[in-house]
Structures are given as structure tokens and as C-alpha cells.
Design a protein around this ligand. Structure first.
Ligand SMILES: O=C(O)c1ccc[n+]([C@@H]2O[C@H](COP(=O)([O-])O)[C@@H](O)[C@H]2O)c1
Ligand SMILES: Cc1cc2nc[nH]c2cc1C
Length: 353
């Protein structure tokens, strides 16, 4: 089983332009500041320009992928499953955390139904890519078929392509799905090789007893399904989720079209890791928005090889961290464009120049 869209997308991904990156750093080094004194903002500016060739951002969009999970039946979340469709309505009404923070950042929010267990009946504003009404419970078999996993990846890829064609210069990921920290922890365990207990946490806020049960459910799921870390589509199919596949596809589509993608928290990073495992150069296009409270997030970020931009003790998902991180990437570009050089401003150089 393969996918023509996935194959051509992977073939289009290559390394970012290192000469352009060095040229930006040289310019930053001529600006009126001690060398490197804008810290990681300098990294954001040089990476953004190296990826895109642009120094400004015209439009930004955050894609919030929603899906339900059969494993929710195991009592692994603090909230009931109906919260997933309820929050989709909230996103479309503009009342969720991601809506507020995206307005703050000047980004649009796009909401994608990848597999919510609810009939939205052609709700205006909702992007319908529904694969099924939730995944199967992966405690007793695969979450989805390989064909469904490929369809989820294709949905994300084609959404990224359409966004880039529409002039979006910076994309962000977000997720909504009750119980989706369970598949995300499973993905973290598979690719990191760490024990499940080291990458599994409280999600929406489960107690100690429910956490011990969640760990046992994931351990059993890995034993029964035997996901193959050499085959990322197999991992997505066996222990993933529809929204996680959509996120992975969006990240792949961005990398293939040379557009940076700001990856949100734990669930988004699990999706981004599937993309990175499919092609090693994908990581060069990723900005990791923030470090989530979820303990397994560090293992995912380490494998991707990107440092989080923010560490605000957030654990909401939706794309909230991505919205905030976008503001800092924009600030970095403003610095690149607007800070005068030593020559322009007539400021004396120091011994570091
Ligand atoms: O993004 C994160 O790091 C994050 C961490 C914990 C929970 N969440 C959100 O909470 C939901 C999943 O939590 P749970 O407990 O139902 O697995 C889902 O809708 C996520 O967006 C998100
Ligand atoms: C209310 C609520 C909002 C969310 N947003 C993302 N995940 C969520 C989980 C819950 C429970």
C-alpha cells in the first residue's frame, strides 16, 4: 500500500539553503548590538529566511486538526469524548483559547474534522476531511487501517499545498481530541525506545490511578500491535490518530513547499515526528513552539532535534503555543529588517566584531 501524493511530497523535500542562512547571520552580526545578543531570535530570523527566501510574513494560518479516539473508552482522559465535537463548535464560534491567541498573533484559525465522532452536517467554516467517526480502540488491535493512515497524511499534505498556493508564509499546527495524549505517548515510546511510563503523563488532568491504567493500556497496545518504528505509516496506523496523521501531513506538505511550520505541543509534536521519521530533512522546516507540561514531550523534541521556543507550562493544545511562537518569529524578522548596522548608525564596534 502506497500513496502517490506521499511519494511525490517526500521526493520534493530537500535541505534548506545554508548559504542564505550564513548571509543572514553575517547581516545580523553587522547590526548595532554585540554579536549574538538577540539570542534565539537570531536563529528564528536566519532559519525563516533560509527556508523561504523572504524577510516578511504576509499571512499566517493555524490548522487545528480534530479527531476522536476509540481508546477513550478505557478511561484514559479526565474529560468525556463529547468534548471533542463541542470544542469544534467553540473553535468555529471563535471562543476557544486558540482563537484568542491567534487573534493576538494576527493568525487565522482553520478547523479540520479528521475523524470526530459527530455529524456536523456541513457546518460552515469546518473543513471536512472526516475519515471515520473516531479510531478503533488500539488496546485490542490497530487504531486504523494503513489506507486510512495514508488518507490522513494526504489530507494534511493537500491542505498545506492549498495554503501555500493562497499565499500563507507561515503555518502552525494544532489538535483537538479527547484521549489523544494516549496515542501521542505511544508514538513517543515507539520512536524513543523509552519505557511507556517515562513518556506518559496526565493529559487533561487524570489522577494517579488513571495514570497507572493509561500506562498499562499503552503497554498492552504496543504488545498487541507491535508497531514497526522503521515504518512510520505503520506506527500511525497502529497506535496513532486521524488528527495526528493530518498534522504529520501538514508538516510534510510545508517542508515540500519550503514553508516553515510552527508545531504546537505534545500531540502536534507526535505528528511532526511521524513526518520527520518519513524524511530526515523535514526537521529543518519545523519551529517547535513550546515545551508542554507532558513529560514525554522532551523525548519527541529531542528526536526531532528542535529546541522549543517557549516554556510557559502550557498543556492546552489546539495550536495555542503555535500562535504565541509565531509572534516571536515575526519579532525576529522585524529585528532583521529594522535594526541599523554599525556603519549606518555611526556606532563604534567592539572587540567582538
Ligand atoms: O498540547 C499539549 O501539549 C497537550 C497536553 C495535554 C492535553 N492536551 C489537550 O487535551 C486533550 C487530550 O488530553 P487527554 O487527557 O484527553 O488525553 C486534547 O484535546 C489536547 O489538545 C494538549
Ligand atoms: C475543555 C477542553 C478544551 C481543550 N482544548 C484542547 N483540548 C481540550 C480539552 C478540554 C477538556
Amino acid at each position: 500500500m502506497s500513496s502517490a501524493i506521499l511519494t511525490r511530497t517526500l521526493a520534493a523535500i530537500s535541505s534548506v539553503d545554508l548559504e542564505r542562512m550564513a548571509a543572514v547571520q553575517a547581516r545580523l552580526d553587522r547590526q548595532t548590538k554585540p554579536r549574538g545578543s538577540l539570542g534565539r531570535l537570531e536563529e528564528f530570523a536566519r532559519r525563516f529566511v533560509a527556508i523561504t527566501g523572504r524577510e516578511t510574513i504576509r499571512r499566517k494560518e493555524i490548522y487545528t486538526f480534530a479527531g476522536d479516539h476509540g481508546v477513550a473508552a478505557e478511561g484514559v482522559s479526565a474529560f468525556p469524548r463529547e468534548v471533542t465535537p463541542q470544542m469544534v463548535y467553540n473553535f468555529l464560534a471563535g471562543g476557544a483559547g486558540v482563537n484568542a491567541l491567534a487573534r493576538h498573533a494576527g493568525a487565522e484559525v482553520r478547523v479540520v474534522d479528521m475523524g470526530v465522532d459527530h455529524d456536523f452536517g456541513g457546518l460552515p467554516g469546518l473543513i471536512d476531511r472526516k475519515i471515520a467517526c473516531g479510531t478503533a480502540n488500539f488496546r485490542s488491535g490497530p487504531a486504523m487501517s494503513r489506507a486510512q493512515a495514508l488518507t490522513a497524511l494526504e489530507a494534511g499534505i493537500t491542505l498545506a499545498e492549498a495554503a501555500v498556493d493562497a499565499g500563507i508564509d507561515l503555518l502552525g499546527t494544532g489538535d483537538m481530541g479527547i484521549a489523544n495524549t494516549t496515542p501521542s505517548a505511544a508514538i513517543a515510546a515507539v520512536f524513543s525506545g523509552l519505557p511507556v511510563a517515562q513518556v506518559t503523563h496526565r493529559g487533561t488532568g487524570i489522577d494517579d490511578k488513571a495514570l497507572a491504567h493509561k500506562i498499562a493500556v499503552i503497554e498492552e497496545a504496543l504488545r498487541i500491535n507491535q508497531p514497526n518504528p522503521q515504518d512510520p505509516v505503520d506506527v500511525l496506523a497502529k497506535v496513532g490518530g486521524f488528527e495526528i496523521g493530518g498534522i504529520a501531513g501538514l508538516v510534510l506538505g510545508c517542508a515540500a513547499r519550503s514553508v516553515p511550520v510552527v508545531v504546537d505541543g505534545f500531540i502536534s509534536t507526535a505528528g511532526a515526528l511521524i513526518a520527520c521519521e518519513l524524511h530526515p530533512q523535514v526537521r529543518e522546516y519545523i519551529f517547535a513552539a513550546h515545551r508542554s507540561v507532558e513529560v514525554g514531550h522532551a523525548a519527541l523534541l529531542e528526536r526531532i532535534g528542535q529546541q522549543p521556543i517557549l516554556d510557559l507550562h502550557m498543556r492546552l493544545g489546539e495550536g495555542t503555543g503555535a500562535a504565541l511562537a509565531m509572534s516571536l518569529i515575526e519579532a525576529a524578522l522585524r529585528g532583521l529588517r529594522e535594526i541599523a548596522t554599525f556603519d549606518q548608525a555611526g556606532v563604534s564596534r567592539g572587540s567582538d566584531q
